[in-house]
Design a protein around this ligand. Structure first.
Ligand SMILES: *Cc1c(COP(=O)(O)O)cnc(C)c1O
Length: 377
């Protein structure tokens, strides 16, 4: 059966060219990047080159880029490490948007155990945070604010530069989870003026288990992983050289093609939406943001039924985030946007990628219409 993959927000396939760039560092150039011999230096050169090129691409300096085991680690490090470092200044309050990824929300839960106060910034019906609401939560006690650049369930884009500016007026650190934003739009950490920013390679056709945290020079955060002196002494563990090479080269390749891909995704998304709009009782959730993500509610249809039926046709989609799907908990993102629990169970996410064809999109949209009609009886 031909698979039609419409779940790019969960993960993307590793680009073959990126895989080939990683390959030598698994086999012939396997040195430990910290070893003081030829093979070690070869590995370290590859890591340095990856750090330099990734930093340049996001307008950071090389010593502001720290490699991690993925987006989840980078998120945990930013939230927990950032807040703990601020505690020495007497700040014990953290603000996280209500629509953050579980990696950020669960890090917030851990902070509560360490005595922090965590409050959640609401979003409006369109899935957007509002500056007035953020201002109402900030105080001289605020240690850190975390607001994602683009939401992984709806694709909604948040006003990062404005939120960072407001946060800084209260002397707190500003962190943005840019994992879902990075695949689609160019980033400039200086223009946003964020203190901390997370990335993950497998959302832009790189390998899983590879991520990065940008830490602005001068910003202090506690380390979470002790060990060797890797990553400027802030993150122990033998450097995963193939992962680092894959992360940087995937970011650069994806960045070079994203504008062209966006034009294509915009068309695919419109074609898809037009076909779905032939049904009654269809609503698109959230203000328009990333062209790659479409969150849809089909009134009267259970999302798990739609997912399983599309899967039988070879079409891969998701219910909210990949992490939530297994537990089938109602989406905290859609709840925060004001949907009822029952309404959230009628919502699915389609996420498109660079290799999807119009033919696939038409097939998937027609199958969706057919299945929804059948399930509604
Ligand atoms: C996928 C994702 C993460 C987690 O990244 P991993 O590399 O899978 O750990 C964090 N935040 C957002 C917004 C994501 O989409």
């Amino acid at each position: 059966m031909n698979r039609i993959y419409l779940d790019h927000a969960a993960t993307t396939p590793l680009d073959n060219e990126i895989f080939e760039k990683m390959r030598p560092y698994f086999t012939q150039d396997y040195g430990n990047a910290d070893s003081p011999h030829g093979l070690g230096r070869k590995a370290m050169n590859a890591v340095d080159e990856a750090r330099d090129s990734l930093a340049a691409a996001i307008h950071a300096k090389p010593n502001e880029v720290y490699f991690t085991s993925g987006g989840t680690e980078a998120d945990n490090w930013a939230v927990i490490g950032g807040a703990l470092a601020q505690r020495s200044k007497g700040r014990t309050h953290v603000v996280l948007s209500a629509i953050e990824h579980h990696a950020v929300l669960h890090a917030g839960e851990m902070l509560k155990k360490y005595g922090f106060d965590v409050t959640y910034l609401p979003v409006n019906k369109g899935g957007m945070v509002e500056l007035n609401a953020l201002k109402a939560l900030l105080s001289e006690n605020t240690a850190l604010v975390g607001i994602m650049a683009a939401n992984n369930e709806t694709g909604c884009l948040q006003p990062i530069a404005e939120c960072a500016k407001l946060t800084h007026a209260y002397g707190a650190l500003f962190f943005t989870d840019a994992v879902q934003y990075a695949p689609y739009l160019p980033m400039d950490v200086k223009a946003w003026d964020v203190d901390l920013l997370s990335l993950s390679a497998h959302k832009f056709y790189g390998p899983k288990g590879a991520g990065a945290l940008y830490i602005k020079n001068g910003v202090k955060i506690e380390k979470l992983i002790g060990g060797g002196e890797q990553e400027r002494g802030l993150r122990g563990g033998t450097t995963n050289v193939p992962a680092v090479v894959g992360l940087a080269s995937a970011y650069l390749k994806n960045k070079a093609t994203m504008s062209e891909v966006n034009t294509k995704l915009k068309t695919l998304r419109e074609v898809f939406m037009q076909t779905l709009s032939t049904l009654d009782g269809v609503a698109f959730n959230g203000e328009e943001g990333l062209f790659g993500i479409l969150n849809v509610r089909f009134q009267g249809v259970l999302n798990t039924d739609l997912l399983y039926n599309l899967d039988l046709q070879g079409v891969c989609i998701s219910i909210g985030s990949a992490c939530a799907s297994a537990s089938v908990k109602p989406s905290h993102v859609l709840l925060a946007m004001g949907l009822t629990e029952e309404e959230t169970r009628e919502c699915v996410r389609f996420s498109f990628g660079k290799d999807n064809t119009e033919e696939e999109i038409v097939f998937a949209a027609n199958k969706t219409v057919e299945i929804v009609r059948r399930l509604r009886g």
